[in-house]
Design a protein around this ligand. Structure first.
Ligand code: NAD
Ligand code: UDP
Length: 336
C-alpha cells in the first residue's frame, strides 16, 4: 500500500516509518520540519535499507495536498503532524487550533476529494483529562484540560462526523499514553528542542551530564509514593500498534478508538530508581512544586487493542530505559 505519513520525521512518526517499511509498505512522508530534522529520515532509510519519498511542506497547504494526492495513489493516511506541547498550547492556543485542527481539516478535505478512505490519527490520553478512575477505558469520560488536549478532542469529533457522513470511511483514533524509548539501533530517538518538558528525556539528559538534576514535580499526590503515575510505552511498541491498526482496519469502515498503553502505572520516583539501576548512572533530584495542570495518575486499559487489533506492548520498562540511554549516549545532542 502507499501510505502518506504526515509528521513522519517526528519522534513517533519516524519509528512508525521503520515499521511500515519493514512491513513492505510504500511510505510518503509529509513534514514541515517545524519540530524534526531531515536526518531522522536518513536514519530510517539506514535502518530499513528501504527508500521512501519525503516531501517538505505543511498539512495546511491545500495546493500541496492536492499535488500529493493527485500524484501518488494514496491508500491510507497516518496522521502524526501537529504541535504537542501542553504549556505552549496555553500560551499560544490559536496556533495550536490552526496547526492541529485546521491542519487536520485540510487533510480530511483532501482525502475526501481523492477518495482516500483510511485514516489513522494520533490522539492522546490527554483527552481523558483528570480521570475519575484508573485504568482508563476508551469509554471513560472525555474532558480536555488544556488547549492541546482540546484540539485532539475537536479532531476526534471531526473524524467521527466525517465517518457518519460517509459509510465507506475508516478512521482509527489511537490514544497514546506516554511514549518513551528509542529504536534499538540507537540511531533513532526523541530529540526535544530546548529544555525537555517530559520526564524521560529530562532524566536522560541528567544522566548524560547535560543537566544537573531533575525536579520532581510534587510528592504529595494521592499515589503510592506521592509522585505522579503514568503509563510509559515503548515507542517501537506504539509504532507497531499503527501497523496492527492499519492491517485490521483498512477494510472496515467506521470510527474505531483504541488506547495504546501498557496498563502499568509507574511513578516518577520508580522511574528515577529504575533508570539508575539499568544505566548505573546517578540521577540527582529534588522535590519541587507540583506542575500546574498535572494529574495524579493515568494508565490505560489496553484490552480492546489486545482483543481487536491483536496488539499488546511487549517491551518492559527496563528496555524502555536501556534504549533511551543507548540513544542518548550515542546522540547527546540529538540529530545534530
Ligand atoms: P513530534 O513533534 O516529534 O512529531 C510531529 C511532527 O509533525 C514533527 O516532525 C513536525 O515537524 C511535524 N509537523 C508539525 N506541524 C506540522 C504541519 N503543520 N505540517 C507538517 N508537519 C508538521 O511529535 P511526536 O511525539 O512524534 O507526536 C506525534 C503525534 O502524536 C502528535 O500529533 C502528538 O500530538 C501525538 N502524541 C504524542 C505524544 C507524546 O508524548 N509524544 C503523546 C500523545 C499523542
Ligand atoms: N515530571 C517531573 N519532572 C519533570 C518532568 C515531568 O517530575 O521534569 C513528572 C510529571 O509531573 C508527571 C510525570 O513526570 O507526573 C510525567 O510527565 P510528562 O511530562 O513526561 O508526561 P505527562 O504529564 O504529559 O503525562
Amino acid at each position: 500500500m502507499n501510505i502518506l505519513v504526515t509528521g513522519g520525521a517526528g519522534y513517533i512518526g519516524s519509528h512508525t516509518c521503520v515499521e511500515l517499511l519493514n512491513a513492505g509498505e510504500q511510505v510518503i512522508v509529509l513534514d514541515n520540519f517545524s519540530n524534526a530534522k531531515p536526518e531522522a529520515l536518513n536514519r530510517v532509510i539506514n535502518i530499513t535499507g528501504q527508500q521512501m519519498i519525503t516531501i517538505e511542506g505543511d498539512i495546511r497547504d491545500a495546493a500541496l495536498l492536492e499535488t500529493i494526492f493527485s500524484q501518488h495513489n494514496i491508500d491510507a493516511v497516518l496522521h502524526f503532524a501537529g504541535l504537542k506541547a501542553v504549556g505552549e498550547s496555553t500560551m499560544d492556543p490559536l496556533n495550536y487550533y490552526d496547526n492541529n485542527v485546521n491542519g487536520s481539516l485540510c487533510l480530511l478535505r483532501a482525502m475526501q476529494k481523492h477518495g482516500v478512505k483510511t485514516l489513522i490519527f494520533s490522539s492522546s490520553a490527554t483527552v481523558y483529562g483528570d480521570p475519575d478512575s484508573v485504568p482508563i477505558f476508551e469509554s471513560s469520560p472525555l474532558r480536555a484540560t488544556n488547549p492541546y488536549g482540546q484540539t485532539k478532542l475537536v479532531i476526534e469529533l471531526m473524524c467521527q462526523h466525517w465517518v457518519e457522513s460517509n459509510s465507506e470511511v475508516s478512521v482509527t483514533l489511537l490514544r497514546y499514553f506516554n511514549p518513551v524509548g528509542a529504536h534499538d539501533s540507537g540511531t533513532l530517538g526523541e530529540d526535544p528542542q530546548g529544555v525537555p518538558s517530559n520526564l524521560m528525556p529530562f532524566i536522560a539528559q541528567v544522566a548524560v551530564g547535560k543537566r544537573k538534576s531533575l525536579s520532581i514535580f510534587g510528592d504529595d499526590y494521592d499515589t503510592p509514593d506521592g509522585t505522579g503515575v503514568r503509563d510509559y510505552i515503548h515507542v517501537v511498541d506504539l509504532a507497531q500498534g499503527h501497523v496492527a491498526a492499519l492491517k485490521q482496519r483498512n477494510e472496515q469502515a467506521g470510527c474505531h478508538v483504541f488506547n495504546l498503553g501498557t496498563g502499568q502505572g509507574v511513578s516518577v520516583l520508580e522511574m528515577v530508581t529504575e533508570f539508575s539501576k539499568v544505566t548505573g548512572q546517578d540521577i540527582p533530584y529534588q522535590i519541587a512544586a507540583r506542575r500546574p495542570g498535572d494529574i495524579a495518575q493515568c494508565y490505560a486499559s489496553s484490552q480492546r487493542a489486545r482483543l481487536e487489533l491483536d496488539w499488546s506492548s511487549k517491551r518492559e520498562l527496563q528496555q524502555m530505559i536501556a534504549d533511551t540511554w543507548h540513544w542518548q549516549r550515542l546522540n547527546p545532542d540529538g540529530y545534530v
